[in-house]
Design a protein around this ligand. Structure first.
Ligand code: GLV
Length: 384
């Protein structure tokens, strides 16, 4: 098999190894997927300024995100059903991130539970919260994240209702998958995935099952979110969640300068400029295209991070040059996980680190903390 040299290679291996409904779940956007595509396409439009004959020795990608030291400013984003890309996926990805020195964020909609991930890691991870109608359950989730010593709560703001992803409906997405003939055939041709999955008992939503009361049919994500997620979530809720949590708070899903100002006023520690990987409002702008106006709107009142469309270290550098203090990757690490478990996640991170390091050097900088707009190419204004 040819070696995986870039994230796109890992994606192709994952496509072969992961049952179609789960690969497609990760690889979908809402409706026409125009925002999903724009996230990647708009990164490609940004160009670097090549600089030469600059000392390239002693380079460093070390930085901080919400005050935590990171070996590079790239966190693993919260992704649903990660333990379906590979058995025990969240535990493996968290371990890979810990060894690499970058933050791992566990999703509320994960397969492995908060406690599972805490049991295999030594450093604190971050926990992403979805707010359900059942407030006792939400309070309990916050308390469980505290008990597990999570060092940040990532509150997602852009998924009170689920954007429609056609592939999930067509594939009959569920966790665990229903044993229809088609699903069984699809799994049978992926023995590696099946054997690993037979070796774990974690095959459904570990944070929910056994903790939430009266949860009906979890198998269809859309009916489950429609039934459980709180459609009335408002800026006022951010206050009580912040109080109850009492630690670092990150608000995820900001795409508008006005919302960014409101987010900064909550006293949260960071925002993530995000359109949920193009999975929610199809037709919304790409995250990278709105990053500069959001950075401008909040100034230094709150740390700004970005996710959506990052597929390389070059994309990470572009985001940092446009004012992000940190970046979050979802699909790139999921492809690594599907392709090769923990080693695949480490490989995805290594690929991004190498690309980031070399790109920074060829732009004439040695320290990632020096990345700024002057590293980006702007065509000279034409004179008459
Ligand atoms: C959940 O966060 C999803 O986007 O499916």
């Amino acid at each position: 098999m040819k070696p995986s040299l870039e994230i796109a290679d890992l994606k192709e291996v994952a496509r072969r190894r992961v049952p179609r409904m789960f690969f497609d779940y990760a690889d979908s956007g809402a409706w026409t997927e125009s925002t999903y595509r724009a996230n990647e396409e708009d990164f490609a439009k940004i160009k670097f300024r090549q600089r030469v004959l600059v000392d390239m020795t002693n380079r460093s990608l070390e930085s901080t995100m919400i005050g935590e030291k990171v070996s590079m400013p790239v966190a693993l984003a919260p992704t649903g059903l990660t333990g379906m890309q590979h058995a025990d996926g969240e535990m493996l990805a968290a371990q890979a991130a810990e060894e690499f020195g970058v933050p791992f964020t566990l999703s509320t909609m994960s397969i492995c539970s908060i406690e599972d991930v805490a049991s295999v890691t030594k450093k604190p991870f971050w926990f992403q919260l979805y707010v359900m109608r059942d407030k006792d359950f939400v309070l309990n989730l916050i308390d469980r994240a505290k008990a597990a010593k999570c060092s940040a709560l990532v509150l997602t703001l852009d998924l009170q209702i689920l954007g429609q992803r056609h592939k999930d409906i067509r594939n009959g997405l569920s966790a665990p998958p229903k044993l229809t003939l088609l699903n069984m055939l699809d799994m049978a041709i992926r023995p590696r995935w099946c054997f690993a999955m037979l070796g774990t008992k974690r095959r459904t939503f570990g944070n929910i099952v056994g903790h939430a009361k009266g949860v009906g049919d979890m198998s269809s994500l859309s009916s489950w979110t429609a039934e459980q997620f709180d459609p009335q979530l408002s800026w006022k809720d951010v206050e009580w969640i912040k109080q109850r949590w009492g630690g670092k708070l990150i608000l995820k899903g900001i795409l508008d300068a006005e919302d960014a100002r409101l987010a900064a006023a909550t006293g949260a520690d960071a925002i993530i400029v995000s359109n949920h990987g193009g999975r929610q409002l199809d037709g919304a702008p790409s995250s990278i295209s709105v990053l500069p106006e959001i950075v401008e709107a909040v100034g230094d009142r709150i740390e700004v991070h970005v996710d959506g469309g990052i597929r390389s270290g070059q994309d990470v550098l572009k985001a940092l040059c446009l004012g992000a203090k940190g970046t979050h990757i979802g699909r790139p690490f999921l492809y690594g996980l599907g392709a090769g478990g923990k080693d695949g996640v480490t490989l995805a991170l290594s690929i991004i680190r190498k690309e980031l390091d070399v790109t920074l050097a060829l732009c004439g900088k040695r320290l990632i903390t020096d990345a700024g707009p002057e590293l980006l190419y702007k065509p000279a204004a034409k004179t008459e």
